[in-house]
Design a protein around this ligand. Structure first.
Ligand code: FAD
Ligand code: UDP
Length: 357
């Protein structure tokens, strides 16, 4: 096949770019260094339980174009995400709202009373110390005062009993699983996919594995610092370690995600995957479940990068890498690792559908 464009990385950003270009009539070569497509949204089947290999993924968005785009390829099961938080031996519904505050303080505040109650520093500090200080230190390896406030603000604050974890209008899990999203996105006569093939920049030459690539636009979604051989030093990332366990019980924790907010517990959260498909009744009823404990650590060379750590210094370093990238007119860098942004899946799709060259 004659190639008009190369996409490096078959995560949701790269797969969306590939599909967009293919729909426009361009022949696209997708190279993915892992042995399967899907990036961090990749799943595995375990007897009908959809295991999110790289941690729980719930598709949620308020962007109509993104929702319309993904619904071309899959239908969603209507799953609504709730996150519980375990602290002091008790379990709370996490959005910072009436369910959590009333249980934690043993009060019965109404929506009109809660703002005044929480304006008392004694109350807000108690909540912060219980639910945010320990979890944030484990997740980011630094105290909450040292991370960008926008990160903690991802957790909704509400004055009602709404325990939905997201504020977005649309959410769900693909009924046939996330892998079907990628299979359908990449199923196009203009797209060729090569897995277990790494893209790299070798002395100014673009290569896929050992092959020199033709002089065509390249859409790269791997880590930007790695592309340039970490020549200015590595950007700070957080990596994760997942411990999976299969248990002979019907239901381990009664919900898909429980956060462990105390610093003394080494993991941040436990995922229990069968809850993402309540419509799979036979699987729900089986005396078998799969859980996964998630641990966060500082990234070092060779680890998978998962979370960008945005600080003044890291953004200055990022700017240097971006200057390098701008010297390569055929190169466009995108996605969570390429743009070094705390993107959710819908942000990645929006970026891939937006202006890309
Ligand atoms: P990735 O998924 O990282 O894909 C990049 C791909 O590029 C990978 O497959 C990688 O192997 C490949 N690659 C890298 N370098 C090269 C190279 N040199 N050559 C070839 N291939 C290469 N978002 C949500 O919307 N909802 C959630 O619930 C949610 N939960 C999350 C939970 C966790 C634990 C994490 C870490 C993220 C979560 N996200 C969630 C965010 C979501 O994973 C990302 O927004 C999304 O995966 C980003 O897609 P991407 O294509 O940019 O990157
Ligand atoms: N957070 C926290 N306690 C919690 C949940 C979240 O302190 O129980 C903070 C923490 O700093 C986390 C951030 O809020 O990194 C964003 O949470 P989110 O659930 O969006 O994290 P993600 O699912 O993206 O890892």
């Amino acid at each position: 096949m004659t190639i008009d464009a190369v996409v490096a990385g078959a995560g949701i950003w790269g797969s969306t770019v590939a599909r967009r270009l293919a729909d426009e009539g361009r022949k696209v070569l997708v190279v993915e260094r892992r042995d399967a497509v899907g990036g961090n949204v990749r799943c595995e089947d375990s007897g009908g339980i959809e295991i999110h290999v790289y941690g729980s993924h719930i598709f949620h968005t308020h962007l109509p174009d993104v929702w319309k785009f993904v619904n071309r390829f899959v239908s969603f099961n209507g799953y609504q995400h709730k996150v519980l938080a375990r602290f002091g031996g008790k379990t709370y519904f996490l959005p910072l709202g009436l369910a959590l505050i009333n249980k934690f303080f043993g009060v019965e505040l109404s929506p009109s009373e809660v703002a005044d109650f929480m304006s008392d520093e004694k109350h807000s500090s108690a909540i912060f110390d219980a639910f945010f200080r320990g979890y944030t230190s484990k997740q980011w390896g630094r105290p909450p005062e040292e991370i960008d406030p926008s990160i903690i603000k991802r957790v909704p604050v509400r004055s009602n009993y709404d325990i939905n974890y997201f504020n977005d209008y649309w959410q769900g899990i693909p009924s046939d699983g996330y892998n079907s999203l990628f299979a359908n996105l990449l199923d196009h006569p203009n797209i060729e996919v090569r897995c277990s093939t790494a893209f790299r920049l070798d002395n100014g030459v673009f290569k896929a594995g050992a092959d020199v690539l033709p002089d065509v636009p390249v859409f790269y979604s791997g880590p930007i610092d790695e592309l340039f051989g970490f020549k200015f030093g590595s950007l700070p990332w957080r990596t994760l370690r997942f411990e999976r366990e299969e248990l002979a019980v019907r239901d381990f924790q009664g919900t898909s995600v429980v956060n462990y907010t105390e610093a003394s517990i080494p993991y941040t959260r436990i995922h229990e995957f069968k809850h993402y498909h309540p419509e799979r009744k036979a699987v729900m009823d089986e005396a078998r479940t799969v859980i996964m404990r998630e641990y966060s650590a500082q990234w070092k060379e060779g680890d998978e990068p998962y979370y960008p750590v945005e600080t003044e210094e890291s953004l200055a370093l990022l700017a240097r890498y971006r200057e390098e990238a701008a010297k390569l007119p055929n190169l466009r860098i995108g996605g969570r690792l390429g743009e070094y942004k705390y993107y959710d899946m819908d942000n990645s799709v929006a970026s891939a559908l937006g202006p890309i060259f």
